[in-house]
Ligand binder design. Structure first.
Ligand code: AMP
Length: 396
């Protein structure tokens, strides 16, 4: 369990607090925010700072401007959105740690908010640079990291800056750590983990760790074909990672030794071509046609997965169970998402694709916790140290 210093332990009245958030929100071609969840999730932290009389300097990245000033990645839509949500004026500086930010910060009063421009406009952000960290620290008295989605990046405003200021985590990071930490250390059992997505290669450590902590592992998505192939089934022309067959076998062996049940698809929706409009038929794992391509889990698998979800007291889900971006092959993912929404279990969803899917279906209010971290959440669940956390002290 994590025990990091939080805002509650900090002296905040009248202090300039540099608040690093992850406002890397999706924008459409008119530069309008299409999903403001990451902004709304930090409101408790911002409101607390306002109430405590801090002077709040908000720093975030948006997109990948690669160390250059790229107008499409300006924080302007984010500042507009936050202004609306808080019903408060927010000054947006045209630089990050330059003269305008200094000028704005100098005239701040308690409860005021200044937002800097995109921190990734500075090429030193992504190199965990000491000089840039000192420059940023120079405008503040306290550093607060509430950027959970960026915690796995060893970047200056996420990591190095904490060496130069009294530092703490914000309430969003605290919430994510508490919920994900509890799922790992002390879940209410049975604990069922659903893993989907394209490749085993990307989730080896996650699968291995989940075998350690879960009671049941439901595996869908393309990665299931590699597991099934490793068990001797012919999977036709479905995606199979030939160089991971041995690893898949070892992971299944590990699960058997540890008595963690792994449920692989017993049937599939298969097509003759990889296309959004292809017609599909359901085929069983045992009789998979040599020329077919698996695109989604089939009806019997959906039923089996639902059975385990309904027996669970905690469910964690990451990764689509089929090619869910093609409507025809989103059925498995949709039905499992809906089952989670209705489940009695404590439900956690994380990872960019799965969280997006939950929101498309408007189910976010029926899931106990939709994590704001994609990569960061996976790293945390894998048991990998998050750099952003390493830089914050434990409570005394
Ligand atoms: P990940 O980023 O590892 O969670 O993988 C997400 C991707 O997995 C999505 O783009 C899905 O289209 C893909 N995926 C899931 N199931 C399949 C499948 N049966 N065949 C090909 N791709 C799949």
């Amino acid at each position: 369990m994590y025990n990091k210093v939080t805002l509650r332990e900090m002296e905040l009245k009248g202090k300039r607090v540099l608040l690093r958030v992850d406002f890397n929100v999706p924008l459409n071609s008119q530069l309008q925010i299409t999903n403001d969840r990451r902004i709304r999730e930090t409101l408790p932290t911002i409101q607390y700072l306002i109430d405590k009389g801090a002077k709040i300097i908000i720093v975030s990245h948006l997109g990948r401007p690669d160390g250059k000033v790229v107008p499409e990645f300006s924080m302007k839509p984010v500042a507009d959105c936050l202004r609306m949500l808080l019903k408060k004026p927010i000054l947006l500086s045209s630089d990050v740690s330059g003269t305008e930010t200094y000028k704005f910060v100098r005239s701040m009063k308690e409860g005021d908010i200044v937002m800097t421009e995109n921190v990734r406009f500075d090429p030193r952000e992504m190199t965990n640079d000491a000089e840039f960290a000192k420059e940023l620290a120079g405008i503040a008295d306290v550093y607060c990291n509430d950027a959970f989605g960026t915690m796995h990046r060893e970047h200056t405003s996420v990591c190095k800056i904490a060496e130069y200021l009294p530092s703490c985590i914000g309430f969003l990071v605290e919430k994510e750590l508490q919920i994900l930490g509890r799922a790992l250390d002390n879940p209410k059992r049975p604990f069922v983990v659903i893993i989907g997505g394209a490749k085993i290669k990307d989730k080896i450590s996650l699968i291995s760790r989940m075998i350690d902590v879960a009671d049941v592992l439901l595996i869908g998505g393309a990665m299931a074909y590699t597991f099934l192939r490793s068990e001797g089934y012919n999977m036709g022309r479905s995606i199979v990672e030939k160089d991971k067959l041995q690893l898949a076998r070892l992971l299944l062996e590990k699960a058997r030794t540890q008595h963690t049940k792994v449920v692989l698809p017993v049937d599939h929706m298969a097509t003759g071509e990889f296309s959004f409009s292809a017609d599909s038929v359901s085929v069983s794992t045992k009789k998979f046609p040599r020329t077919a391509i698996g695109m989604d889990i089939g009806p019997a698998t959906i039923r089996a997965f639902k059975h385990y979800i309904n027996k669970a007291n905690t469910v964690l889900w990451n990764g689509p169970l089929g090619v869910a971006e093609f409507q025809k092959f989103a059925k498995g993912t949709t039905e499992i998402a809906q089952e989670l929404a209705n489940a009695k279990a404590y439900t956690i969803v994380g990872g960019g694709d799965s969280a997006k899917f939950i929101e498309q279906l408007d189910l976010q209010d029926k899931i106990n916790h939709v994590s704001t971290g994609g990569g960061a959440m996976l790293k945390l669940l894998e048991g990998t140290d998050l750099p952003g956390l390493r830089y914050i002290k434990d409570k005394a």
